[in-house]
Write a protein of this length. Sequence first.
Length: 147
Amino acid sequence: MAAAAEKLASELLRLAGNDTPLAGLRAGEIRLVEGGVASISEPARRETYASILSRAGRDEITVTAAGSAPLELFKYAMHSTSAIFCEVRVSAVTGETRVDRMLGSFDCGVILNPKTAASQFRGGMIMGLGLARSPRRRCSTSARGGS
């Protein structure tokens, strides 16, 4: 995604040409903002996507790029941390467990899609709960794996 964003920035600058507030800037000196493109160092130097495309005589712009995973892993953090807390009741008679409440706290950097992130958080908590409540599993140490 980062590679496509960089390519889009370059293409937008090329389409904008010299008759733009962004003239003379390179792709690394701009950022894509809501509704347009702006200079990183001078945010007042900006232009809307609509005006760039209109001046270029186009209705849309499409770019495709493939990022190299190792470089993106070095440039961006691809991990997160969390702490999960549960309030659990255990029946003294049957040994049955009941989870009354769960609380999760997550540190994962910039969230691009809050709805997807919340679903991932809940799913991870439920998966962990299922693992914690499942019977003990033995793992094989053989080369083929198995259980």
